[in-house]
Design a protein around this ligand. Sequence first.
Ligand code: PMP
Length: 394
Amino acid sequence: MSETDGTEGKPTTIYLDHGATSWPKPPGVSDAVASALIRHGGNPDRGTYQMAVETARAVRSARGGIASLLGVSSAKDLVFQPGCTQAMNLVLAGLLSAGDRVVVGFSEHNAVARPLHRLAQRGVEVVAVSATPSGIVDVDEMEREVRRAPTRAVICQHTSNLSGAIQPVADLTDIAHENDAIMIVDGAQAGGHIPVDLSALGVDAWGCSGHKGLLGPQGIGVLYLREGCEPDELVVGGTGAGMSEEPLQPKVRPERYEAGTMNTPGILGLGAAAHWLAEHGSAQRGLEEALTRRLHEGILGIDGFTVLGPKPGEPRVPIISAVHESEDTGRIAFLLDRQYGIACRAGLHCAPWAHRAFGTLKSGALRFGIGYGNTSEDIDCTLDALRRIVGGLE
Ligand code: PMP
């Protein structure tokens, strides 16, 4: 069995990589994806024939359902994007320019860190603030930094894809607004895993992948833009509205930010997932919380492991990242997969800033992401396997 050959070993029977992408999907999602290929043909908001009109109606209904799940009162303020990466690129490139100053959380994912780095090379000043030991952004330091000099934007992830910590987004939004800055949030790991009410939160821009906690397919995500928050478009081109002789992108939402043929299968799949979450999300979150705590406490009970971020019982999304004092986390993940059929992820999880803050840049961490479909048996089997691996019994 080799570490580079993905074909050998026990097949995956326990999926604990929901932090990367959720699998399986709840009832209704794959049917909705298929319906876009079977029934909902045509190009939504382009043709006026019945099938295209019906497909446009299905897209509108999906947008409405997702908006209502996320507390967005006007669905046009929720635009479809290929994912959170694209949503963050749109907002950052579309709102910031040379001479702007931004204050950013210490643990941003590369979906934010890399666009910011590029903007820094083009003259945007980027100031990063540090964290408490639980992996929560230091609110006082954030406030001091925002007050220190005119600041265009405060940027922070909603929840961490490494530690699972839930960031104080409401407090940070107040700080931003009191200082005439806009609040930009990477919600990739929050949607579906915690209740999100964007109107109440008051943020200016919030992006989210559709395929993680929102339980939709890959290749679709959403970006919420509060009315009045008007980034330049990242992509311009054909839209279903605002046709004119001049080659100008229409300013009307959502079309302004949705140039090109829409991802109808992805949108309808995400719409079905939002429908499921509206009904079952609260029970699902309760289950995730219980399983996460079971795994967290179980891992802490195995000699040599530490878990990054909040302590058991403190608020977190269903992510547990652990390091071991002597065992390499890459080897543990490999053995979990090949010997036990347990899928999880070792490495840096596209979050080198966060690993630097936790002092785990060299070792990486073993990350378990819990979600739809997981059971307490999954957790107990994983704990047994970990005990055997670090006890040298594998
Ligand atoms: N931000 C965070 C915190 C993430 O965990 C991820 C996904 N790993 C992203 C952004 C990017 O999401 P996507 O790959 O769906 O664009």
